[in-house]
Design a protein around this ligand. Structure first.
Ligand code: AMP
Length: 395
C-alpha cells in the first residue's frame, strides 16, 4: 500500500509518498511560493529535480506533484492509481475529533467551523484536501490527521484556564496543544524501547517551534503549547508564555493594534528577539562562543524554560521514567540537550556526555551511568504517523 502524505501551508505544500510495506518514503519534496512569483517544486524520487513553474494555487501545485511522482525519469510510480490513499495534516480538531478520521463532507464542514481557532493554518490545510479531490481519481480515500488530537486525553485541570468558565464553554478558549503527531510518534517509540507501556515520559519537541509534553501510559496529560502555538517555552521567533497584561502595555508603548502585537510576539520574539541575531540555534551557539552576550542569554532563557517544564511535568506525574529529545534542536544540538538536563540530577536525570555528543541513526540512548531516568534522542517522523493512521482507516 502506498500513502501520499500532504502538509499544505498557506504558500507551501510538502509531500511524501510512503510505502507501507517498508514504512519508508519513496519520494518526497515540496512546492514553495504557491500564489507568488517564482514558485518552484523540489522533488526527490528516483532522481532529484527542481521544477520552476507557475503555481497560482494549491490545485496546480498538487497536479505538479502528481506529475512528478509518475514521471518516467524521476518519478516512482507508473500511474496515480498506485496511490491508495492520501493523509492530510490538519492543524486543529477543536473539541470535535480525538483521533484521525476519514475525510467526508461533514468532516470538512467541522474543520471549516474550527477555522477561527487556527485562522492562518486551517484554511491552508483544507486547500490541500480540496486540491486532491479535484485532481486525483474520484473516490481516492483521504484521511485528516490532526496536530491537536493526541492531546485530547488531557484532564480538564490541565486544559481549562483560570478565567471565567463561560469563556471556555462559549468560545472554546482552552489549552489544545500542538505537535501531537510528533509527541505521539516519539512517545510510542520510547515505550517500545523501554518495554514499559505505563512509562511516565516527558517529550521535548524542540525545533523552530517547540513544545514539551507530559505523557503518562501513552496518553498526553499536559503540554506546553496552549490555545495557540504561541504558548509554552520561548521559541525561534515566538515569545512563549507571558503575563497577558504585557499585550496591553506593548500596544500602548508601540502604538500597536492587538493584531500587530500578536504578530510581534509570533514573529519578532523568542530567541531571535532576545539575541537580535537569529532564530537558528547554530547561529546562537556561534555568537555565544564569540562572546555575544545576548546570544548566550537567548540560549540560557530557552534551556532554563525547558528545564522548568521538565521539572513541572515530573511533579505533575509524580516522577518520570524517561526524558525524550526530538526535532531540529532536540535531535541535533548536544549542547542544548546537556544544558536542559543539567541540574536535574536531583530527580534522577543524568546524561552521558560522550553518548550525547555522538551521532547515531535511530534512537540514541544518552542515559548516564546511575541515571534513574532513561534519556533518549529519538528522530521524529510525523509523516509516518499520518501515513499509519491513513492506512489503518482506509484498510
Ligand atoms: P525543525 O523546526 O524541527 O525543523 O527545527 C529547525 C531548527 O533546528 C533550526 O532553526 C535550528 O535552530 C535547529 N537545528 C537544526 N540543526 C541543528 C544543529 N545541527 N545544531 C543546532 N541546532 C540545529
Amino acid at each position: 500500500m502506498k500513502i501520499l502524505v500532504i502538509n499544505a501551508g498557506s504558500s507551501s505544500l510538502k509531500y511524501q509518498l510512503i510505502d507501507m510495506e517498508t514504512e519508508q518514503a519513496i519520494a518526497k519534496g515540496g512546492c514553495e511560493r504557491i500564489g507568488l512569483p517564482g514558485s518552484f517544486l523540489k522533488h526527490k524520487g528516483k532522481a532529484e529535480k527542481q521544477i520552476d513553474a507557475d503555481m497560482p494555487d494549491h490545485k496546480v501545485a498538487i497536479k505538479l506533484v502528481l506529475d512528478a511522482l509518475v514521471n518516467p525519469e524521476y518519478g516512482v510510480i507508473s500511474s496515480m492509481s498506485e496511490i491508495n490513499a492520501v493523509g492530510h495534516r490538519i492543524v486543529h480538531s477543536g473539541e470535535d475529533f480525538d483521533k484521525s478520521v476519514v475525510v467526508t463532507d461533514e468532516v470538512i464542514e467541522i474543520c471549516k467551523n474550527n477555522t477561527e481557532l487556527a485562522p492562518l493554518h486551517q484554511p491552508a490545510n483544507l486547500t490541500g484536501i480540496f486540491a486532491c479531490q479535484e485532481v486525483m481519481p474520484k473516490g481516492t480515500p483521504m484521511v485528516a490527521v490532526f496536530d491537536t488530537a493526541f492531546h485530547s486525553t488531557m484532564p480538564q485541570k490541565a486544559y481549562v484556564f483560570g478565567i471565567p468558565y463561560e469563556a471556555y464553554k462559549n468560545f472554546k478558549i482552552r489549552r489544545y496543544g500542538f505537535h501531537g503527531s510528533s509527541h505521539r510518534f516519539v512517545s510510542e517509540e520510547a515505550i517500545k524501547y523501554l518495554g514499559n507501556e505505563n512509562a511516565k515520559i516527558v517529550t521535548c519537541h524542540l525545533g523552530n517551534g517547540s513544545s514539551i509534553s507530559a505523557i503518562d501510559g501513552g496518553k498526553s496529560v499536559d503540554t506546553s503549547m496552549s490555545f495557540t502555538p504561541l504558548g509554552g517555552v520561548p521559541m525561534g521567533t515566538r515569545s512563549g508564555d507571558l503575563d497577558p497584561a504585557i499585550v496591553e502595555f506593548l500596544c500602548k508603548k508601540l502604538n500597536f493594534t492587538v493584531e500587530e502585537c500578536v504578530n510581534y510576539l509570533n514573529k519578532k520574539s523568542g530567541v531571535s528577539g532576545v539575541s537580535g541575531v537569529s532564530s537558528d540555534f547554530r547561529d546562537l551557539a556561534k555568537g555565544a562562543a564569540e562572546g555575544n552576550e545576548r546570544c548566550a542569554l537567548a540560549l540560557d532563557i530557552f534551556t532554563y524554560s525547558c528545564r522548568k517544564y521538565v521539572g513541572a511535568y515530573a511533579a505533575a506525574m509524580g516522577g518520570i521514567d524517561c526524558l525524550v529529545f526530538t526535532a531540529g534542536i532536540g535531535e541535533n544540538d548536544a549542547q542544548t540537550r546537556l544544558a536542559i538536563a543539567s541540574n536535574l540530577e536531583f530527580m534522577g536525570v543524568k546524561i552521558d556526555e560522550a553518548k550525547n555528543a555522538r551521532r547515531v541513526s535511530g534512537i540514541n540512548d544518552i542515559t548516564g551511568e546511575g541515571s534513574r531516568v532513561k534519556v533518549l534522542v529519538i528522530p521524529t517522523n510525523e509523516e509516518l504517523i499520518i501515513a499509519r493512521d491513513t492506512a489503518n482507516l482506509v484498510g
